[in-house]
Design a protein around this ligand. Structure first.
Ligand code: IPD
Ligand code: CA
Ligand code: CA
Length: 271
């Protein structure tokens, strides 16, 4: 699939730029309380947008650092929408922790009403790429073609009980407290819990069978779009935290290997 191959090349280029630029140093700016951004996030986004515009000038773009890239008209008319996180894991990046990535997803708008309905976007994700430059890991997937890591097919784990699984979560800057009771409940149930600090990688690690369950509240479409498709293509399940269809703009998410999904929903229902 040409568009997937292009997205892979762009994600790699952006990841390489992040590493190169980080070595030159950067200042940390604040977008909000505990919400950081650096010139490297912006440089990565600029590169990605430039490459997309060059190859696909009619496509629309939703990107974290420049939400207003398009007029409403362009956005409404575009058949394809690229959803971009130019640097997921900025806090890690800013502290020199090598857990971060670039996330690029492509959404195809449905001409007729789709069964998948992402808020005002009716349609579906057709391709997703996540590149982690420090480990040189390229995760990707396209609809019905499976999920891959550096060219090798990946699939979710076979863990059947949360008690035998490694869970992961995140605490979005604006909704930290909300997760506390869920964290406590899952801490009691899981073999262990991790918090990596890069939502797109949390999702890819589920797809690769490294983690078994992941949840988080209040994410943005660019955090989860690529990873959600990669998990589904790796045989996992992605919903909101109540077990309903994922709303990319929601964006409370529960992603698992599929086998422990209902058990986690039941745990959450009791909170
Ligand atoms: C953040 C990371 C983090 C998650 C936050 C996100 P950013 O994205 O994915 O793991 O907990 O909610 O905002 O700001 O580093 O792109
Ligand atoms: Ca992010
Ligand atoms: Ca980001």
């Amino acid at each position: 699939m040409k568009i997937l191959e292009d997205a892979k090349i762009i994600a790699r280029k952006a990841g390489e730029l992040i590493v190169r630029e980080s070595e030159k140093g950067f200042k940390i700016e604040k977008k909000g309380k505990n919400n950081l951004v650096t010139r490297v996030d912006k440089a990565s986004e600029k590169l990605i947008i430039k490459e997309i515009n060059k190859l696909y000038p009619k496509h629309a773009i939703i990107a974290e650092e420049s939400e207003k890239t398009h007029s409403k008209k362009t956005f409404k008319e575009a058949k394809y929408i690229w959803i971009i996180d130019p640097l997921d894991g900025t806090t890690n990046f800013a502290h020199g922790l090598p857990i971060y990535c670039v996330s690029i997803a492509i959404f195809k708008r449905a001409t007729t009403q789709s069964t998948k309905n992402y808020d005002y976007l009716a349609g579906e994700l057709i391709a997703g790429v996540v590149y982690a430059p420090r480990t040189d890991e390229l995760f990707y997937a396209s609809t019905k073609k499976g999920a891959y890591l550096n060219g090798k097919k990946i699939k979710v784990s076979n863990v059947k009980k949360t008690a035998e699984g490694l869970s992961v979560t995140g605490f979005t800057a604006t909704q930290r407290e909300r997760n506390l009771p869920y964290f406590q409940a899952m801490l009691k149930k899981s073999q262990a819990i991790r918090r990596l600090g890069a939502a797109a990688l949390d999702l890819c690690y589920i797809a690769a069978g490294r983690f078994d369950g992941y949840w988080e509240f209040g994410l943005k479409p660019w955090d989860i779009a690529a990873g959600a498709l990669i998990i589904e293509e790796a045989g996992g399940t992605v919903t909101d935290t109540n077990g309903n269809q994922l709303d990319l703009f929601g964006a409370d998410i529960l992603a698992t290997n599929g086998k422990i999904h209902n058990e986690i929903i039941r745990t959450f229902e009791k909170i």
